[in-house]
Design a protein around this ligand. Structure first.
Ligand code: KMH
Ligand code: ZN
Length: 288
């Protein structure tokens, strides 16, 4: 199966002071995404900034950035509804009204570095319901093991549709640590038909991304997750990080998903494989 690379050029926290290559304005983000597409990325995960480079959920900024990206390349668009720690939940959730093909859904509140990442249960349910109404594919951000259970409860309420798509996020201060043991445990708990990738924050970015690929996952790359190409060397943009992951995939005898392949994989239902590894035995028995 082809491996999907998502590029994440800009996150909620790092600024140009941390790495001058972090794109913040619409044309900068569009250029970064186009360069990453040329290296093999099939999905663009997007955060936006205002003119002062602060995280924003401003719909005009988002609309303008997406339009500039679409002028440059046909990459799949995934809007972050995480946006930034200080942006109110209602503004974050309103981004899905732009009807991107995909958007993130963060299932639980948590500490996030020195800040607080608010994802209140009622807001998460409402956002999941709205995304389902609009036909937007949620990428479920799993920062700790209980977040997976929260997503399975949303599925049980028919607010999420299989195949579920997960990011296993490791290394956020407040979430699970960036260790291989955590990744392997979380991987063992995913539904067998899940689409998933590793998001490894900071210095463990490369080894954990590589383990994720070896386990059959997809990959994410970009300055949102690591500002460095290697110790002491700032990345000059997201495209060198995407190129490195593309090289890894090819070295592992895989191949890169094109945009149509990624779309096929993400938006096709696989009901006949729709059961949980160990616990959904009844459903499994009913199917087999
Ligand atoms: N910033 C990452 C730790 C989101 O934007 O909704 C996770 C993330 C989630 O990308
Ligand atoms: Zn993000």
């Amino acid at each position: 199966m082809a491996t999907i690379i998502t590029v994440a050029p800009t996150g909620p926290i790092a600024s140009k002071a941390d790495n001058p290559s972090v794109p913040t304005q619409p044309d900068e983000i569009a250029d970064a995404v186009a360069a990453a597409y040329a290296e093999g990325a099939a999905i663009a995960h997007l955060h936006f900034r205002d003119r002062a480079d602060r995280p924003t959920a401003d719909l005009d900024v988002a609309r303008r950035t997406v339009a500039l990206i679409k002028e440059r390349c046909p990459i799949l668009i995934q809007l972050s509804t995480g946006v930034g720690l200080d942006v109110p939940y209602e503004q974050r959730a309103a981004l899905v009204e732009l009807q991107p093909e995909m958007a993130t859904l963060n299932p639980c509140s948590m500490s996030f570095g020195a800040g607080e990442f608010r994802n209140p249960p009622a807001g998460v349910e409402a956002l999941a319901r709205r995304m389902r109404e609009l036909g937007i594919k949620p990428e479920l951000e799993i920062y700790d093991s209980g977040h997976l259970d929260a997503c399975l409860r949303l599925r049980d309420k028919a607010l999420l549709e299989e195949p579920l798509q997960f990011s296993l996020v490791l290394g956020v201060a407040g979430g699970m640590a960036a260790t291989a043991a955590n990744l392997i445990t979380m991987h063992s708990r995913l539904l067998v038909n899940s689409i998933w990738q590793v998001i490894a924050i900071g210095r463990e970015n490369l080894p954990l991304t590589a383990i994720g690929l070896a386990l059959g996952g997809n990959a994410r790359a970009g300055l949102e997750d690591t500002l460095y190409l290697r110790k002491g060397e700032l990345a000059t943009g997201s495209s060198p990080l995407v190129r490195r992951v593309a090289d890894l995939i090819i070295a592992l005898d895989g191949h890169l998903a094109t945009v149509p392949e990624a779309r096929e994989r993400i938006f096709t239902r696989h009901w006949n494989r729709s059961f949980e590894r160990s616990t959904d035995k009844v459903l499994k028995d009913a199917i087999m």
